[in-house]
Design a protein around this ligand. Structure first.
Ligand SMILES: Nc1ncnc2c1ncn2[C@@H]1O[C@H](COP(=O)(O)OP(=O)(O)OP(=O)(O)O)[C@@H](O)[C@H]1O
Ligand SMILES: Nc1ncnc2c1ncn2[C@@H]1O[C@H](COP(=O)(O)OP(=O)(O)OP(=O)(O)O)[C@@H](O)[C@H]1O
Ligand SMILES: [Mg+2]
Ligand SMILES: [Mg+2]
Lengths: 265, 265
């Protein structure tokens, strides 16, 4: 079982689009996949058309109340489940400020889960708040979606510091294993420059024993493709909405690489 | 004097790019412009090449310590100043949790400012946290940068609720005055659909007396243009970096509309 947190505190880089479509591609290939949406915007939930009823149970209830995770899991397709977020999660930072072990509530609740999955994928908000920390203490690995733009590169050092602290204090299993290039504009000089910088950094850090020293980037780069931005408005994954698009092709190819890694492990 | 908060809790929609380049265009036209960067990512500061020294004074010191705003203002060009952010602002939510009047610290500090400006522009993080609230209690108006994508549309109702609460409880002058379409892909069906939805909403809300009832969208739409994403890596505005690009043209046109509004008022 691989449990993967999709994080990057830079906004709008493709976290949700990757969480949903990678999960859908892995499910299509026969894996049992569970998405956990920790973003108060609840975009992963919306993307799959879940959480539209008035008072549905959500991750807010799991983190702030006695509701077990098993009660907050909805099946959306063959082999694909989601635990939706809720806008009330935005207040969780304050509501949990005084809670004992506020960063490991989710890991604690995971103990009582009765089903097993091949992949658990956490979608996180664009911040390093208590919600993201709950994903980081529960997951075993991190995928970092990265838009190859200069501003997107700049926040990485803070992100790596936070990951390192979590690994040392709360979750020794945690590793940044993969970088996924998203919203990739093929052929622009900027994309190539930023990608070269990242590749140089990853190679330079190899075998230094840090939390990211084994990280590599996937060969698959997710190209900018308007179909990926249209799919959420129909409550569908890219495969249901535009099965022949570049977006569908890229996320299938990404899922293939992920499965090959799983086999090799 | 117009004081404008650039907010949208959706990440990566063009807040920083708009704050920096609109400010630069207004300054080029002879207005005295002051940018206040409240985003812990400090991207507006980085975009203008400020805050690279080790222990520079920043908005963190203003909000959490006795440092006056006048000591945290650096001139970056003719008629253009910036008060930089700092990564330590990320902890401000927790550090200020118990502070008296934590949402109005900035407004309080504004009382002691010795200079006058034509425009004050606040760049905000992608969340409705205490940092954004400080901008909302200080500014008189809000510009909402909006990427015409479905997911970007979905968070608007929460944003409007928050703005309404701030206007009622903390800042009766606050109005959402303008929407700016950013990262506009001309000719895509999605963009047209989302823009139609927004325009319908704005017209429908006209004269209802709410905080957004007078809001309109600018005629200028900021087109997607790779030069806008390259400029920050040189610490420059779009005008210094690529003066003949679509990006420069669009932000000049936007500044023209803003100045026409100011004249008409
Ligand atoms: N490869 C792509 N091509 C075109 N549009 C994309 C692509 N990936 C994501 N998008 C669109 O870009 C916007 C940002 O993507 P997304 O919401 O997945 O990013 P995010 O990192 O989850 O954002 P946030 O920080 O707000 O959580 C969305 O409107 C999405 O539909
Ligand atoms: N019109 C545009 N054309 C091309 N790239 C753009 C445009 N506007 C912004 N960008 C790029 O898109 C990315 C997101 O923009 P920006 O950082 O301004 O958004 P933001 O809303 O401030 O993000 P955050 O939520 O992280 O603060 C950046 O890499 C920026 O350089
Ligand atoms: Mg998201
Ligand atoms: Mg920004």
């Amino acid at each position: 079982m691989r449990s993967i947190a999709i994080i990057n505190q830079k906004g709008g880089v493709g976290k949700t689009t990757t969480a949903v479509n990678l999960a859908a591609a892995l499910a299509e290939a026969g894996n049992r996949v569970w998405i956990i949406d920790l973003d108060p915007q609840a975009h992963a939930s919306l993307h799959l058309g879940v959480g539209m009823e008035e008072d549905y149970l959500s991750m807010y209830d799991v983190l702030t109340d006695d509701v077990p995770l098993d009660q907050v899991r909805y099946q959306v397709d063959d082999n694909l489940w989601i635990s939706p977020a809720h806008i009330d999660l935005a207040a969780a930072e304050m509501e949990l400020a005084g809670a004992v072990g506020r960063e490991i509530i989710l890991r604690d609740k995971m103990q009582d889960v009765s089903e097993s999955y091949d992949y658990i994928i956490f979608d996180c908000p664009p911040s390093l708040s208590v919600l993201t920390l709950n994903a980081l203490t529960t997951a075993n690995e991190i995928f970092l979606p990265l838009q190859p733009h200069f501003l997107a590169l700049h926040g990485l050092s803070k992100l790596l510091k936070t990951i390192d602290l979590v690994a040392r204090r709360l979750n020794p299993n945690l590793k940044l294993t993969n970088v996924v290039y998203c919203l990739y504009d093929r052929g622009t000089r900027l994309a190539n420059e930023v990608i070269n910088d990242v590749e140089y950094f990853l190679t330079d850090q190899r075998n230094t024993g840090s939390v990211w020293s084994d990280a590599t980037s996937f060969d698959t780069r997710i190209r900018r493709n308007i179909r990926l931005a249209e799919a959420p408005s129909y409550g569908q994954s890219i495969f249901q909405y535009a099965n022949d698009s570049n977006g569908a092709q890229d996320y299938r190819s990404l899922a293939m690489e992920v499965m090959q890694q799983t086999q090799a492990a």
